[in-house]
Ligand binder design. Sequence first.
Ligand SMILES: Cc1cc2nc3c(=O)[nH]c(=O)nc-3n(C[C@H](O)[C@H](O)[C@H](O)COP(=O)(O)OP(=O)(O)OC[C@H]3O[C@@H](n4cnc5c(N)ncnc54)[C@H](O)[C@@H]3O)c2cc1C
Length: 514
Amino acid sequence: MNIRDKSWSQAENKTFDVAIIGAGINGAAVYKRLCSDGYNVLLIDKGDFSCGTSQASAMMIWGGLLYLKNLDISSVYALSKDRDTLISSYKEQIMPAHFRYVFNKNKGRNKFFVYFALHFYWLLGFFRREKPEFQDYFDELSFIKHDAADGSINYQEGFLKWSDSRFVLDWILSCQSLDSLALNYCAIQEGSFDQQDKQWSLSLSDLTSNHRCNVKAKVLINCAGVWTDNVNEQFNIQSRYKHVFSKGVFIAYERPKTHRQPLIFDMGEHGDTLTLIPWGPVSLWGPTETLVQSIEEGYTITTEDIYFLQEHARRHLKSTLVNSKIVSFRCGLRPLVVKKGFKADCYPLDLSRHYKILEDPVLPWISVYGGKLSGCISLAAKVAAKISRKIPKRQEGLPLRNDQAENIRWNFFPGLEVRVPAIDWCVENEFCCTLEDYLRRRTNISQWIPREGLGYNNENIWFLEELAAHLPANNARTPGNHLKAYVNTVHDGCDRLIKTFENHTGGFNEPSEV
Ligand SMILES: Cc1cc2nc3c(=O)[nH]c(=O)nc-3n(C[C@H](O)[C@H](O)[C@H](O)COP(=O)(O)OP(=O)(O)OC[C@H]3O[C@@H](n4cnc5c(N)ncnc54)[C@H](O)[C@@H]3O)c2cc1C
């Protein structure tokens, strides 16, 4: 029996101290913290683990440099502390990384202003990172436009080694035990609070098989990211906060050999920046910041998004890079917390990236709003403090598992230089249910290989067919269906986008430089 089937059967009729709704970075951090505090915890996600915003970030573990703009010293201090705790505690997953702020000859922030700001930032991080330094010459100048670069300054933050979704997944997997369980593709069919036995009753269904089970929990925590308001509505929870949504899109170019570290460019609008991040065989360019009205709109990449990114890329980067083929797209929706009556009509960067944790005054219910990868440890500690006032800790926390990485079975994928966890291993041990789970979140194949792993000319279809044969089959999903469903998604998403773009511009390879 694979880990997923085992977890579903263990969950049946079980009573948990806490159930967490939503397995992105916030849900995973709270899960990990509560498990290590000795609570019995259930973590559920209606999709795959980390299938929301936490699979689409820039993967930077930063100390809150952005907040210096408003002289919000306490936030910078707290986030820098979180960043450094994460870097020192999770060396396998997070590495210290140099970021390079590239000065523009014609516009952008003053060199000495940036120099002093970054030194102040370094000081607020108690000098735990390396000292910022001016550098006029660096390898990346080979693909930056001559008039776009006027020296640079190097400073240090943290960066996820593999990916954001792998980071979340590893945290979740390290907590699986007889007492604490995580379930993906798990929908809450019904939920209500029983005033007599002071517990929530939840009826859950497995979306891959329609299997149902009932569980109970003393406290519910809503960590559903951009869906937090929907979940509160489902349970009739009133709140003084809500989320507004800011869409962030990256495009991934083929990575030039000389691209070694994240580059930061002044966008020249709204005081915002754009980054070029080296990640495996690709260079991620973006992200955009667009306020959107709905979640659906937020997960739709438009031609405007791509034009915007290409246009700005042309201002900073040489045509050899900008006109190279686009390998993949990456789109996420930032959940930004605001007061209920707030009408957002500003540039989204002006909205707070802080988190809020709100307890319902009547029911044992906690809603988590906003947040970032970087602040997840202190967010989880604050939620844990609230839980400990409701439920005394049961025991000293069990040591969390860290044997996963040692036992992984590895495989290769055509066109990738690094090895990847084998799909049968991921099905057995990592709750992998579909090709997309495997190609996007258990590995980075769909972001690193063109057309989400299919290859520019479908040259990898045969390999995906072999992979699909290892996926759990049921009535709806035979290996053939798995492949068909995946290929259809690529046609409707990635291919549609490339086609629309080519129709408008005559292709990615038009030789123009603005
Ligand atoms: C373009 C971009 C770049 C970013 N870069 C960075 C960065 O470099 N560093 C950084 O620190 N932060 C960054 N962020 C912010 C960060 O990624 C997000 O704040 C964070 O991932 C949000 O995590 P979350 O757990 O709140 O939400 P999510 O990751 O969206 O998780 C919510 C989960 O809840 C599940 N869910 C929803 N409804 C239900 C339901 N009814 N039942 C069960 N489950 C449900 C969803 O399926 C989802 O998996 C970036 C964000 C974007 C968009």
